[in-house]
Design a protein around this ligand. Structure first.
Ligand code: GLN
Length: 489
């Protein structure tokens, strides 16, 4: 029987009951990887190692307690893997083989999870489309004319296609939670610092969050149970109390209040807004409070510019080592300055170059106060407003996307280039990165062509368990909607 589309829970059951083996799982994963190779979703995998780890697991047998033993997963190619290339989706790192593992990889190795390959991403995590990797575009496996989104594009592909039940991703603005919406899967970004960033290539360290893409909320909780762990090697690591996310998933407290933002809700496409209204009505009918809340409009409109100011500045600074001297595929020149210039000019793609240019401009002494410091002050105000929101509600619902995944080649590749009044709705997930609150996207509705749109749930910082429980409860409500299909516009 095929393992495709099986969840961690199902595969674990089969491994324990010996109706399958880790070796068989690896064989099937390898077959699927090879079949879909042209979709560029995977950049590297170590067939020999996968087989030998599987063999070891089969010899020992799988313990009923260890839910991840023998479970295959992909890691976004910005997580360092010892002995296996880690490119960040960039030509500049195409030959880079790290001498160490990211903490998350070690944690999963300790559970005997099967690292089955490195998934493609928008170059250095910059982008939201899956089109800006140096190693090709990753399409949406549900319909290849559409984008899958990014930057965790290969991870979203692998999970949505059912090759692996989960994958590691990273989220600086929305890079786990928006592709999850486009691919009809679950995308979890933890509280900032709850999962170690050690060994993850930086995009913008004050906004970067490692996280999980998976088919189900249960599976996300299982992986989170392993990954949420204090790490002394990460100086921003936070000791979040471990509360058994999986075990306690169904203990939703109906006293909790859901909230949503009116200045987002009122501007949604009418057919999507209708579905949100139906869901809120159903929650209320079940005795759960739902509160409309207003977020400061100027702060919402500041989301995109503040995101660009902070993330581009941090990006250029934290990637200064990619210059062909210590790191990076060197392109020679007559002086060291020329080496750096040639290396960077040849190896970076246009999105990265543009962002580095703007970042450098922000970081010039005379611009720091007017651009960067101002942006940081506004970020502080955004965080205060978010804290205010969680005085009013326990679980904040926001739309991770207003539409299904856009078509490839529709001009949407340049998603940081929009200029319309409600642009902030497309960048609304950055709220979670600015403030570090836990945030999860789960499937919500589909259009007439079965393309999905997700829904996103947030809780106050360190309330990851509450967030999981809220999402699980919401899922049961969504399943009770009269229809999960959007009306024609
Ligand atoms: N789409 C956003 C961007 O282009 C988010 C990227 C991310 O979260 N890594 O920067």
């Amino acid at each position: 029987m095929s393992i495709q589309n099986k969840t961690i829970v199902q595969l674990h059951e089969e491994l324990v009951n010996k109706t399958t083996t880790a070796t068989k799982i690896v064989e099937e994963v390898l077959m699927m990887i090879k079949t879909d190779k042209k979709d560029n979703f995977l950049l590297a995998f170590d067939e020999t190692k996968m087989k030998s780890v599987a063999q070891q697991i089969d010899q020992q047998g799988v313990d009923r307690q260890n839910l991840l033993a023998g479970i295959p997963y992909f890691a976004k190619d910005n997580f360092s893997t010892k002995g296996l290339t880690t490119t960040g989706g960039s030509a500049i790192l195409k030959n880079y083989i790290p001498p160490f593992n990211a903490t998350v990889i070690n944690l999963l190795n300790n559970q005997q999870a099967l690292m089955s390959g490195k998934s493609n991403l928008d170059e250095l995590g910059m982008g939201g489309t899956g089109t800006s990797s140096a190693f090709g575009t990753v399409p949406n496996p549900l319909n290849k004319k559409h984008l899958v989104g990014g930057s965790s594009s290969g991870s979203a592909y692998g999970v949505a296609k059912g090759i692996v039940p989960f994958a590691l991703g990273s989220d600086t603005g929305d890079s786990i939670r928006r592709p999850a919406s486009f691919a009809g899967i679950v995308g979890y970004k933890p509280t900032y610092g709850a999962i170690s960033r050690y060994g993850m290539l930086p995009y913008s360290p004050s906004l970067d969050h490692p996280g999980v893409l998976a088919k189900t909320i249960e599976d996300s909780a299982i992986v989170a149970d392993v990954l949420v762990e204090f790490d002394p090697a990460d100086f921003t690591s936070l000791a979040v109390e471990k509360k058994g996310f999986y075990q306690n998933l169904n203990n939703f407290d109906k006293q909790l209040t859901f909230g949503y933002l009116t200045n987002v809700h009122n501007f949604l496409p009418p057919n999507l807004k209708k579905k949100y209204d139906e869901l809120y009505a159903l929650l209320k009918k079940n005795g759960v409070m739902v509160k409309p809340l207003e977020f400061s409009q100027p702060l919402l409109e500041a989301l995109s510019p503040v995101y660009m100011m902070i993330s581009f500045s941090e990006a250029v600074s934290s990637n200064a080592n990619l210059a062909g001297i210590n790191f990076g595929t060197r392109v020679e020149g007559d002086r060291w300055e020329a080496v750096m210039k040639n290396t960077r000019t040849t190896n970076f793609g246009s999105v990265v170059k543009r962002r580095f240019l703007i970042g450098s401009l922000n970081l010039q002494k005379e611009n720091q106060e007017i651009y960067l410091h101002k942006a940081k002050k506004v970020r502080r105000l955004i965080c205060e407003e978010i804290n205010q929101v969680f005085q009013e509600c326990d679980l904040l619902i926001i739309p991770p996307s207003q539409t299904v995944a856009p078509l490839i080649g529709n001009g949407q590749e340049f998603d940081d280039n929009q200029n319309n009044q409600t642009e902030y709705i497309d960048d609304i997930l950055t709220l979670g990165n600015f403030s570090g609150i836990p945030s999860i996207t789960i499937p919500f509705v589909v259009d007439h062509n079965k393309m999905p749109i997700g829904i996103n749930v947030n809780a106050a910082a360190c309330e990851d368990l509450k967030m999981f429980q809220g999402a699980k409860y919401l899922e049961t409500m969504i399943k009770q909607l009269e229809s999960q299909v959007l009306d024609h516009e």
